[in-house]
Ligand binder design. Structure first.
Ligand SMILES: [Mg+2]
Length: 294
């Protein structure tokens, strides 16, 4: 069991996983002392970032072991896409039930840096700026709604030019707010950003997002915010509409290898974690590389 101690306590988890060995997210190197393949299951209790770091560790060390997810993070994108419940008790039952699904993984390469893996969504542009601008404290308090607050502070939206090459096709130049490369399609709140994205179809999906889609996105999240009485969504929406009224909407692409070259260094995130800004990123799908209890 690898758990994020900022999100959940060990004692809480012990109720459901009495026989487990426990490791905090910062202690992944301790796993080296164990023959992980002797274990039946590696349970991750945390958010998308915790899951990403565990997957990174397993992939780097060529360890194949089923993964269970206790989603206690902000976005919980993979868990939501797989239908894993958000409450700890039900998620624990599913983790231990022994039903596994093989799913794809995303791999991102920047220059000669080691490969980075992601299970959900990676983004360049505004999306990554949102992650950069999201207050960790606020994220803890109001969950994924905090991303929108980050979005507001990323305004006015800056358009970026990306040259995108999918597999062996001709490259396309897209001028957009944000470019998402995704293994999963659903954002928190069950809002489907990439309706065709499937976690096990052997393809990564790309959404190049212009204003109309962003408007929908803000609109949907705005309604939730309205309920939270946190910000006035109409103000945000109007600001975005004004800033983006002359631009084209969105474009969907999908393939096994996606190369993105940005005009200038662009903010870059993997599963919600901000990476160093990048100019060129090569994404590849790793078909059915992960076995997940769900
Ligand atoms: Mg896919």
């Amino acid at each position: 069991m690898v758990f994020n101690s900022k999100k959940i306590s060990k004692s809480r988890l012990e109720t459901f996983f009495a026989d487990a060995q426990f490791f905090k997210t910062g202690e992944l190197s301790k796993l080296e002392e164990f023959e992980l393949t002797d274990f039946d299951l590696c349970v991750v209790a945390g958010g998308d970032g915790t899951l990403r770091s565990v997957v990174q560790y397993l992939m780097e060390n060529h360890i194949k072991i089923p993964i269970g997810i206790i989603p206690v993070g902000t976005g919980n994108i993979l868990a939501r896409n797989l239908g894993i419940p958000m409450d700890i008790k039900s998620a624990s039952k599913i983790a231990l039930a022994g039903n596994y699904r093989e799913i794809d993984l995303g791999k991102a390469k920047v220059g000669s840096e080691p490969a980075m893996f992601f299970t959900g969504i990676s983004g360049l542009g505004l999306d990554a700026s949102i992650m950069e601008n999201t207050h960790p404290k606020l994220k803890k308090r109001i969950g994924w709604v905090a991303y929108i607050e980050g979005g507001i502070r990323s305004l006015p939206p800056k358009f970026e030019k990306f040259e995108v090459t999918v597999d062996n096709n001709e490259s396309k130049t897209l001028k957009v707010l944000t470019l998402l490369v995704a293994n999963t399609g659903t954002l928190p709140g069950k809002f489907s950003l990439l309706p065709d994205a499937e976690v096990d179809d052997g393809d990564l999906d790309v959404a190049a997002i212009g204003p109309r889609k962003i408007w929908n996105w803000i609109d949907v999240l705005g309604r939730i915010l309205w309920q939270n009485r946190f910000v006035r969504p109409l103000v945000v929406g109007r600001k975005l509409m004004d800033a983006t009224s002359n631009l084209k909407s969105l474009e969907y692409l999908s393939g096994k290898k996606i190369t993105v070259v940005s005009e200038r260094e662009s903010n870059f995130q993997l599963d919600g974690d901000l990476m160093p800004p990048a100019k060129k990123v090569t994404f590849q799908v790793m078909p059915k590389a992960l076995l997940v209890a769900c």
